[in-house]
Ligand binder design. Sequence first.
Ligand code: AMP
Ligand code: TRP
Length: 330
Amino acid sequence: MSEIKRLVSGIKPTGQLTLGNYIGAIKQFIKYQDEYEMYVFIADLHALTLPIEAKELRNNVKNLIAVYLACGLDPKKVTLFRQSDVPMHAELGFIMTFNSYIGELSRMTQYKDKVSKIASNEAIPTGIFIYPTLMAADILLYDADYVPVGIDQKQHVELTRDLAIRFNSRYSDTFKIPEPLTPKIGSKINSLSNPLKKMSKSESDKGTIYLLEDLAIIRKKIMSAVTDSGNEIIYDPVNKPGISNLITIMSALTNKSIENVVNECQNDNYGVFKKKVADVVVNELSLLQSKVNDIQKSGIIENILQEGSYKAIYEARKKLNKVYRKVGLR
Ligand code: AMP
Ligand code: TRP
């Protein structure tokens, strides 16, 4: 009998969402919701890993949920909730930390990256060290089959597997062993100002399109995107990374293949093509922004989160009770 697979993912509410997040992650989720049973949560505890203003965090959470709903994530199909509304995440996180080794956490690339950026006379926050154990709890609480993540998070899912296997062999079968799920296309939208680098909050403002920013600024950013030598619309990410990035964006937003986009625009020069890309992006984001606005005004967010948290708590409590029994806390 084939059962529906379960998919769990969290999004950290730090910073503003970008077009890269939209194409690489959010649009994928919308597709998955018809195929899988999904648990999607706002990883607000994870946002505390590094210092963040309370007001900013609150605002990010609100925007993030509204964007997800506006993009078409359907709360009837997906259990959508806020991590901190389900205390079992923190509780299982604690147990997971106690079942982990300093050596394995020290080997996490993200941790090493972050530490390398901290000056030698500055303190290293413990959060960046132990946060993968909280992430493991997030996943293991719900018996996830798959965890959709970017390449950068794959190692944390592998750690989750190790922790689950260790717990199962120490205390008997308790957790399902999850697998990471990384997208095939659109998994890397590049910066408009430096098309060899990933579009990200930290790369550059000029090269990054924010989903909720002013539409005139978005148009301007696309019109001044760095392109390559020549003037033809050719898809060649190695030799023509600038124009290829714009072709990828066009293809992802119109749901046309790269080949179709190139064929349709073969008579354009860079200027004409950029204008077409700008029209498509501005059109899509204009619609999105007005939906986000309506959702924020409608007051439905709190209700949706409350329903989501009831369902999540029910599942999470069952799993945590089992864990507590096995380790001797019950
Ligand atoms: P982050 O904003 O880095 O926390 O990433 C959140 C999600 O968006 C992850 O699944 C990333 O893989 C995805 N993502 C972030 N930036 C990009 C990008 N430039 N292109 C494609 N996907 C991205
Ligand atoms: N750590 C992830 C990130 O930084 C966010 C996250 C937290 C997550 N818990 C998760 C992702 C569980 C997938 C599953 O982007």
